[in-house]
Design a protein around this ligand. Sequence first.
Ligand code: AMP
Ligand code: MG
Length: 414
Amino acid sequence: MAAEETRLRTVDEHLELVLDGVGTIEPIELTLLDAQGLLLAENVRADLPLPSFDNSAMDGYAVRSVDTRGASEADPVTLPVIGDVVAGTKTRSGMGPGLAMRIMTGAPMPAGADAVIALEDTDRGVARVAIRRHVQSGEYVRRLGEDLQVGAPALAAGSALGPQQIALLAALGRDRVMVRPRPRVLVISTGSELVEVGQRVAFGEVTDSNSYLIAAAAKDAGADARRFGIVADDHSKLLDVLESQLLRADILVTTGGVSMGAFDVVKQALSELGTVEFTRVAMQPGKPQGFGHLGNRVPIFCLPGNPVSALVSFEAFVRPAIRKLLGKRTLFRASVQAAALERMDSPAGIRQYRRGILHRDAVGGYTVSLVGGAGSHLIAAMAASNCLVMIDEEVTEVVAGSRVTVIPLLLSNR
Ligand code: AMP
Ligand code: MG
């Protein structure tokens, strides 16, 4: 084979190809709580001012500020109380000079009043009230439009919808908004040795954990993930299943069947279509990778079958693709530098990902230790880890105490 053909593709090269191969999804309209965590796909303007009427910021008495001039603890001003205004009062009350109205928080300011005196600065009187402090005009009054003027921009397209933004939309009377939808990710496990979770495992059989692993990881990345389940190592069955699922997915992910083996059916079946490319990436685990499109449209990732390989491949390629479809600005997890608690080796020219346990040390830095060996079948060790330790291509040895790049696998807040 020519040198060019045997050269492995770097992780960054493969990632670039993957990201070029995922487009965007048309915005959809969702109800507010379904839109949580997504990016707004429209500019929202205020159809009404916030607050929409002048109202009281305190429980107290609505007054004319001039009538409280000179009032003090020692020399209170006493005013007749002509009535109550409660929150929910639908008509605007009015008030002449030298009078007061008892008012509750959120109740509309009576016409004629320009300030509220807090209960605690009065004798709490019902028929007459003794006021022990002078108030400024506007004190404890929430002004119409002071938060947002009618017609003003409220939220720009691209804003992430967290609880605060959802509250604003609700306050503005919007119960539905246009958002970038969650990509529908369909996960298929391939392998004739696989059985469904909960089924008795006979000799030679393996419970399918990958479809749970990848569906959970896809959900965590923000996708709307679904497990198709297991497909045996059978050429035509695989193609049938993929075809039947094409319209229901924005991303397809298969695991297994992409190595050099005689029964690596995913690779054999999809290579023939000519739209999915199988390649070897300079990473460990996760060397064999397939990526392309089906039905001219749907990106498909064919990940290796070992669970750790599948997870590392997902983190390296599928997660950024999901984030891109969501419209997120940050496609990648934040990494940290940690002091290695042990020596770590890595082959030259290969980016190695090991499972690790990241700790915070006493002075606020990080340390990291490895958990489990390099074997990519070690599911329990993977479950014990909270991070991936990333040893760059050019590094062959990390001595204990030196710095290494760590990607914490924090649960996202979807
Ligand atoms: P493959 O990539 O198909 O050669 O599979 C590599 C290894 O991963 C084999 O030991 C498989 O039994 C195992 N494996 C493949 N798919 C799964 C899966 N869905 N769940 C758990 N193990 C799997
Ligand atoms: Mg297999």
